[in-house]
Design a protein around this ligand. Structure first.
Ligand SMILES: C[C@@]1(CC(=O)O)c2cc3[nH]c(cc4nc(cc5[nH]c(cc(n2)[C@H]1CCC(=O)O)[C@@](C)(CC(=O)O)[C@@H]5CCC(=O)O)C(CC(=O)O)=C4CCC(=O)O)c(CCC(=O)O)c3CC(=O)O
Ligand SMILES: NC(=O)C1=CN([C@@H]2O[C@H](COP(=O)(O)OP(=O)(O)OC[C@H]3O[C@@H](n4cnc5c(N)ncnc54)[C@H](O)[C@@H]3O)[C@@H](O)[C@H]2O)C=CC1
Length: 198
């Protein structure tokens, strides 16, 4: 069994999540942060889900699952704590299913993610060791610290302004630029541009 890594444009995506526990919440955070629309069906929910529902970032139906919840859904995350129920939901679902209790029964899985602004790093072990995935993400968190958020923004702006200047775009991918302050980055960029023009 292997999975295809793919990044979907989430604006048009709608996910139904059955269950509102800790694991469902981990998945829902990812969906909400990506801008996908989310409906949660569960008699209970974590504080995060309840709060996001109040903020209208998602819809929460506070009741047990019913067949109609997934009959027309394209993407469903099944995250209850009941095996038989999870099996039944999967059978009734029209679309693609992620079972948080069994990767091998899933049509798709969600990798672990680390975001630094526009930088997205995803980690997966193909469900062989979520514990190793967790460890790798923690070490990446240290390696790719908060500095990357503004750095990626800077790189993105430079790429728009100097789209055809491949040499310059290579030069700024450098540890020095990562560590500069915002002002220093701008000054050093201008220096490089002037040097090229000479
Ligand atoms: C397929 C996937 C889910 C998907 O489809 O989305 C999946 C599936 C399963 N996990 C299970 C168990 C555990 N999962 C964790 C932890 C995490 N699991 C995450 C991801 C994924 N887990 C996806 C694949 C990632 C990959 O390929 O590596 C992390 C990394 C990210 C996240 O969840 O956001 C998150 C770290 C959170 C953090 O950073 O804090 C721990 C440890 C812990 O909680 O500390 C345990 C117990 C130890 C163990 O079992 O290893 C079980 C058995 C369930 C059961 O027993 O019923 C299944 C089902 C199966 O394996 O079939
Ligand atoms: N993918 C992963 O990383 C992991 C997955 N798991 C699996 O995830 C499952 C869920 O774990 P937790 O979130 O910790 O469980 P939990 O017990 O905190 O949450 C279960 C949720 O399902 C809801 N639920 C129960 N009956 C329902 C129904 N009839 N209709 C709708 N919702 C219903 C409950 O109200 C609750 O919100 C576990 O049973 C385990 O198999 C466990 C650990 C890690």
């Amino acid at each position: 069994m292997s999975y295809l890594p793919i990044e979907l444009n989430s604006e048009q995506l709608h996910f139904v999540v059955i269950g509102g526990g800790i694991i469902a919440t981990r998945k829902i955070r990812l969906l909400v942060n990506s801008g996908a629309s989310v409906t949660v069906v569960s008699p209970t929910a974590t504080a995060y889900i309840a709060q996001q529902a109040m903020l209208k970032k998602l819809v929460w139906h506070q009741r047990p699952y019913e067949k109609k919840d997934v009959e027309r859904s394209k993407y469903c995350i099944i995250a209850t704590n009941q095996l038989e129920l999870n099996n039944a939901i999967q059978e009734q679902c029209a679309g693609l299913v992620c079972r948080v209790d069994d990767a091998f029964l899933s049509d798709f899985i969600l990798p672990a993610t680390l975001r630094r602004g526009e930088l997205l790093i995803t980690v997966s072990t193909n469900a062989n060791s979520p514990a190793l995935t967790k460890k790798i993400v923690r070490s990446l968190e240290e390696q790719f610290d908060e500095k990357y958020t503004s750095y990626i923004q800077f790189l993105g702006q430079c790429r728009q302004t100097y789209r055809h200047n491949k040499v310059l775009l290579q030069q700024i991918v450098d540890e020095r630029f990562l560590n500069y302050s915002l002002d220093e980055r701008q000054q050093e960029l201008e220096k490089l541009v002037r040097l090229q023009e000479q």
